[in-house]
Design a protein. Structure first.
Length: 160
């Protein structure tokens, strides 16, 4: 009966809210600073606020949807079937990204990571869409972090 009222979106929203709260609390130890003179914890604090707000929005929309249906909605299947292949591939891709980050550099390792995840996990019909999305993500990430925020990123083998 209890599982009937616990929706997966509600639980997921709570997870993201708690993770965002943890980011905010952890970033206070790094000194947040101000908007004009941001400290080392400023970006993680903003990320925590964003995660928390998105988590609250997910919990709220899940709750409203459950109330509209007059039930808890789709129940969580505890002990349900886990796709171990996708889970393993995700952890392998993240581990590879961490290992290749300095040797290949930010742009190339981000491109490889996004392409491997999008192409292998999403199983698109064609390879062009993951290729374009991966290139855009790597370039956009570079522009945001290096150009706009001034974060020093590893150059790797490209030496740009």
């Amino acid at each position: 009966m209890l599982n009937r009222f616990i929706r997966s979106d509600l639980l997921g929203g709570f997870f993201w809210f708690m993770l965002g709260t943890g980011f905010c609390l952890g970033s206070q130890k790094l000194k947040i600073g101000t908007l004009h003179t941001p400290g080392p914890g400023f970006i993680s604090f903003l990320s925590g606020i964003l995660l928390g707000l998105l988590g609250l929005a997910l919990m709220f929309s899940s709750f409203v949807e459950g109330v509209k249906k007059g039930e808890g909605g789709k129940a969580i299947q505890l002990g349900g079937k886990v796709n171990w292949r996708k889970l393993s591939w995700t952890f392998l891709a993240l581990g590879g990204y961490i290992l290749l980050f300095k040797p290949l550099g930010f742009v190339l390792s981000t491109f490889v990571f996004f392409f491997s995840v999008l192409y292998s996990l999403a199983k698109p019909q064609k390879w062009l869409a993951p290729l374009v999305i991966s290139a855009c993500a790597a370039i956009l990430g570079y522009l945001i972090f290096y150009t706009c925020l001034g974060v020093e990123l590893p150059r790797g083998i490209l030496e740009y």
